[in-house]
Design a protein around this ligand. Structure first.
Ligand code: ARG
Ligand code: GLU
Length: 656
């Protein structure tokens, strides 16, 4: 099975020899450049079906959900699917001791029971357009980078103003692509009345918790359901009881036909950030300095939290969300570091840079990689200090409060914070040279003879002591360190603009995709398992049987609701699919994205990647980079069997 697939994957590679199989996050408006390759790999629809400004297309069924997730429309009445972890904070806000929707789940049994979520917005893309010429109008080669930026801002502001002037709820942004070699205008329509319709209990929606996060085999029912409401004219309106369900131009049909290895898949969503074209020095810094140091600091921090969380159920609840967010990047970085090493990304990039320089000799692209090398060499120490500061000083909640941030004291447990203070401030002091510390810090350190515990006692006992330290550190970093970092970053971006253009000329036959920047993209690939290590092969589909195997009432992350045990005991659900793997190139922000089949029907909801492949934010390895999706059939199963909310099926459309 595997061998045949690898062979077919090889043949696919040969069909487009210059791009590694399934790599890329493509701009929908330019999808005509890829549609031939997509169709060759099994896609049955046209470019116009994916993106069109003249007729309804799939883009009209995809939204940016909140500030960093994706959602998809699944009915003519504005019903929307996204991830449980994307809806989490809204579900939490509706929860109380009497109605613990996080724990028990929530199911509106009629539209009247759907719950409004002030502050939650969804954005539909109306259109996107290449505006490079207009943004750079008036640009002269002798302008400084500051002058260029000012010009770009002025032109972009004008374009945005025009774009939104006669439309309700219109928002516009102009985004730089390829480091400012290209600019695109994005015009959105933003809806602000978005109501919660359903969510499974966390023991399903977050099943596996931090233990399984970024992992395969995976069994998380990571979905929640919302509905978009509009005014009587179907236009955006502030929440009102008289609002009516929004009627989208297009919504997705649901396919229950199931997935099997090799099936074409595509993901339509809003990936947040990637850096695919960077210099080897940056990769080396990430692999050898940034990732390992941040991982070590977070290992310490998580250890402290866990110690107290294990001792008390109350503290576990207080810190579970904080723990989850610290652990999420911590685990991702571990996979990234490992993947970069395993793929020898640094030497491969160095060899590429050598070939590039040879080609560039005597052209305007000559010495760019050398200049970037010099800039990184100069920037790295100060950038490292800045990153270290963020991971240590700013990890202390007490210091954050001293800097004026309002924290939810209901979720604050001081013994954890005190211990984190001592560990993080010691690490900060030890790792960085004194030039990266404010004068006040050095004086206090001397006063306490370097005894961080004594210093901690003073900071936690005396608000003024805390405030003075917090403000001194904050001022030093915002006034002294950040401006230097920013200056380097500007100089680096300037070089990348040329280096990017140079790379595009150097590899003139390759179709480049712009780095992710939370704008709408299409990624396509196919269902496939992977080999995480020697002699191990992971199949791409998980089932309910695996949930029952993991089930353990004594392990919080694996303690499933009794109702699921009962349903399973009834028999007939052993092979109920739960999640699947595919080769789509995704990243953070793709959470909640629709995963579609060759006919453009919904087969899953993207929610994660495998940790061994998280270096895909820097380099995509088709052997090991996999996105993890919830099988839409598990979502339907949970709605019906657990939520008894299958009245919702009436408004969905099922493809045969
Ligand atoms: N790793 C997934 C994504 O970034 C899911 C994160 C939420 N789930 C969790 N267990 N922390 O971001
Ligand atoms: N869970 C991620 C998100 O919130 C997606 C995982 C990833 O690919 O980084 O967007």
């Amino acid at each position: 099975m595997k061998r045949i697939l690898t062979l077919s994957a090889m043949l696919l590679c040969m069909a487009s020899p210059l791009l590694k199989a399934d790599e890329g996050m493509w701009l929908p408006a330019l999808i005509s450049q890829r549609i031939g390759d997509m169709q060759a790999k099994g896609f049955k629809l046209s470019a116009e079906d994916v993106y069109s400004v003249n007729q309804a297309s799939l883009k009209d069924a995809v939204v940016l959900f909140g500030s960093g997730c994706t959602g998809e429309l699944v009915s003519a009445d504005g019903l929307l699917f996204t991830n449980h972890h994307c809806g989490y904070s809204y579900i939490q806000k509706h929860s109380s001791v009497e109605h613990d929707y996080l724990k028990d789940g929530f199911w509106a049994m009629s539209r009247a029971e759907e719950l409004p979520n002030p502050g939650l917005t969804v954005r539909f893309l109306e259109r996107m357009e290449d505006v490079t010429a207009m943004v750079l109008k008036g640009y002269k080669a002798k302008m400084t980078e500051e002058q260029r930026q000012a010009l770009v801002k002025k032109n972009a502001d004008k374009l945005k103003e025009q774009a939104v002037k006669d439309g309700q709820g219109l928002k516009a942004s102009v985004e730089a692509l390829f480091y400012g070699n290209q600019y695109f205008l994005f015009v959105f329509r933003e809806y602000t009345d978005v109501r919660l319709v359903g969510a499974p209990p966390s023991s399903i929606g977050k099943f596996g918790g931090e233990t399984d996060n970024w992992m395969w085999p995976r069994h998380t029912g990571d979905f929640s359901i919302f509905r978009i409401y509009a005014g009587a004219d179907n236009m955006p309106a502030e929440y009102s009881e008289t609002n009516v369900p929004y009627h989208p131009k297009r919504f997705m049909k649901i396919s229950t036909a199931g997935v099997k290895e090799g099936d074409f898949t595509f993901v339509y969503g809003c990936p947040g950030s990637t850096q695919e074209y960077v210099h080897s020095d940056l990769v080396e810094y990430i692999q050898n300095v940034s990732d390992p140091e941040k991982i070590a600091l977070r290992t310490t921090r998580l250890g402290i939290m866990k110690k107290y969380m294990d001792r008390s159920q109350a503290v576990r609840i207080q810190y579970s969300s904080k723990y989850a967010s610290v652990a999420n990047a911590w685990k991702k970085w571990q996979g990234e570091e490992k993947g970069l090493r395993k793929n020898k990304v640094v030497p491969v990039k160095q060899a590429y840079e050598a070939r590039f320089e040879e080609w560039a000799r005597g052209t305007r692209y000559a010495w760019l990689t050398e200049m970037l090398h010099n800039l990184y060499t100069q920037r790295n120490p100060v950038y490292r200090a800045y990153e270290y500061y963020n991971e240590t000083v700013r990890a202390v909640e007490k210091i954050q409060m001293g800097m004026g941030r309002k924290l939810d004291m209901k979720d604050y447990y001081q013994p954890i914070d005190e211990e984190i203070f001592v560990a993080m401030m010691e690490a900060f002091d030890k790792a960085l040279e004194d030039t990266y510390k404010p004068e006040f810090f050095l004086e206090k350190r001397a006063q306490y003879n370097g005894d961080m515990v004594a210093w901690k006692d003073a900071v936690f006992a005396d608000e003024n002591e805390c405030k003075a330290l917090a403000e001194a550190l904050n001022e030093h970093y915002t006034q002294q360190i950040m401006p230097v970092v920013r200056e380097y970053n500007q100089a680096i971006t300037l070089r990348y603009r040329d280096y990017m253009q140079g790379q595009m000329e150097f590899e003139a036959d390759k179709t480049f995709y712009p780095d992710a920047n939370l704008t709408l993209r299409v990624a396509y690939g196919h269902v496939e398992g992977y080999q995480p290590s020697d002699a191990v092969y992971y199949r791409p589909v998980s089932t309910l049987k695996g949930i029952i195997e993991k089930d353990n009432p004594d392990i919080f992350d694996y303690n499933i609701p009794q109702v699921l045990r009962d349903i399973y005991a009834r028999g007939g659900f052993e092979n109920q699919p739960v999640c699947f793997l595919a080769t789509n190139h995704t990243t953070g922000g793709n959470s909640g994205s629709p995963v579609l089949n060759a006919d453009g029907n919904l087969i899953g909801i993207n929610f994660d990647r495998v940790w061994e492949g998280t270096m895909s934010d820097l380099v995509f390895d088709p052997e090991i980079c996999r996105n993890i999706s919830l099988d839409v059939r598990y979502l339907l199963f949970v709605i019906k069997e657990v939520g008894h909310a299958d009245y919702l099926f009436d408004e969905m459309v099922f493809a045969e």
